[in-house]
Design a protein. Structure first.
Length: 154
């Protein structure tokens, strides 16, 4: 089944690929590795999910913010390589959580991103991962995620 068909089956519609907000590319393909820049939880209808986990946000809200990051990441991957069907596997995910010093549920938050990729790609959507806390993220976004993927030739 194509990834487009899988998205349709799951009732998932990708947002437009977010434009970079700085001097960088959304992703760089070198050989069969795709290095994707960090992406935040920008809503398709505008604005971003902001807040601090352990402060004004709870883990479930962070999970949803990480899922929105995943949708944005999928849109960016598609924009960079043309088709999500080229994704061979997730190699590495780095999830960064804007949180208070005593917050300790970073992995549960980043599961919002990882669960989406496993839902869409199956086991090839599961890769190595780090989930870390940050004192702040750009624009006070709740979550930022970057990743490395293995891709098939065009």
């Amino acid at each position: 089944m194509s990834i487009d068909a899988k998205l349709k089956e799951l009732g998932i519609e990708l947002p437009p690929a977010p434009k970079p907000i700085g001097t960088y590319l959304p992703g760089v393909l070198t050989g069969n590795l795709l290095f994707m820049s960090g992406i935040g939880p920008r809503r398709a209808e505008g604005g971003a999910i902001t807040g601090k986990l352990g402060g004004d946000m709870v883990t479930g809200q962070g999970y949803e913010a990480a899922r929105v990051c995943g949708l944005n990441m999928l849109a960016n991957i598609q924009a960079v390589i043309g088709s999500l069907d080229r994704v061979e596997r997730v190699v590495k995910v780095l999830g960064m959580v804007n949180c208070t010093p005593d917050f300790n549920e970073h992995p549960k938050v980043i599961n919002g991103f990882s669960d989406l990729f496993v839902e869409i790609f199956g086991e090839r959507g599961r890769g190595a991962r780090s989930a870390v806390g940050m004192v702040a993220l750009p624009g006070q976004i709740a979550v930022e995620v970057e990743m490395i993927l293995e891709v098939r030739p065009a």
